[in-house]
Design a protein around this ligand. Structure first.
Ligand code: PRP
Length: 222
């Protein structure tokens, strides 16, 4: 079959980890390492691919620029996902959002928190009725406690390396995240190809889960 649909994928860890699933789904991976191309049209062999910033993916799908999107749950929670369908947890790009600081101590009173996730941070502290002042930063969060901007940060943690390198520790975990497949509702309802693309990705996800289960079954019990 010739593919006609396109998938918008968040650059960074989501794009990196999608490659294996994409290939398992039977599609040749078009992105060259160190390549600068951001758009690969659909072809006889694979859906199209648009590489964009995570925060823009829901909008691209909502407008129908891409039929599908692949984006972290963290972004979906922060930016909202109105006008798109959340169709499948792809089980890749696992990470979590954490409150971090120089010491693993819950703040005593009102506190300043630097983050690029103001909505999630606001909700987290509001649920605990803890007063905070948010400082919106778009990157380099780990600097904030060291330069006197804010003693606490809310940021993504994957390996923990960034926190360790900056002498920061987790105070508490806020939410887990992984990459989700989202879809434009009109494409999803009316486009036969949409179901085919979804089915191929679903099979790829399930084959990965089977392998993980087989691995855990065959590993020795300690
Ligand atoms: C996040 C976060 C840290 C890093 C943590 O940034 O802001 O910098 O990942 O990962 P680690 O625990 O494996 O060290 P991200 O990669 O999302 O890039 P961004 O700053 O462009 O959003």
């Amino acid at each position: 079959m010739a593919y006609t649909l396109t998938m918008a994928v968040a650059k960074g860890r989501v794009l990196d980890e999608l490659q294996e699933l994409w290939i398992k789904a039977g599609w040749p991976w078009p992105v060259a390492s160190n390549g600068r191309a951001l758009w690969f049209p659909p072809s006889l062999h694979a859906p199209g691919l648009i590489i964009a910033r995570g925060q823009d993916i829901p909008m691209l799908v909502q407008r129908g620029i891409a039929a599908f999107g692949v984006v972290g749950r963290d972004i979906l929670e922060e930016k909202g996902a109105s006008g798109v369908l959340e169709v499948l947890d792809l089980g890749i790009a696992h990470c979590h959002l954490a409150l971090a600081a120089r010491m693993a101590r819950w703040p005593d009173g009102p506190v300043r928190v630097a983050t690029k996730y103001p909505r999630i941070a606001q909700r987290f502290f509001a649920e605990r009725q803890h007063p905070i002042e948010l400082v919106a930063l778009s990157g380099s969060l780990e600097l904030a406690p060291h330069i006197g901007l804010a003693p606490y940060i809310v940021d993504i943690v994957q390996t923990g390396r960034t926190l360790r390198q900056h002498d920061l520790v987790e105070v508490t975990r806020i939410m887990d995240s992984s990459a989700w497949l989202i879809a434009n509702p009109a494409f999803w309802r009316t486009h036969a190809d949409a179901r085919a693309v979804y089915q191929q990705l679903l099979s790829a996800v399930m084959s990965g889960e089977m392998t993980e289960r087989d691995d855990s079954l065959s590993s020795p019990v300690r």
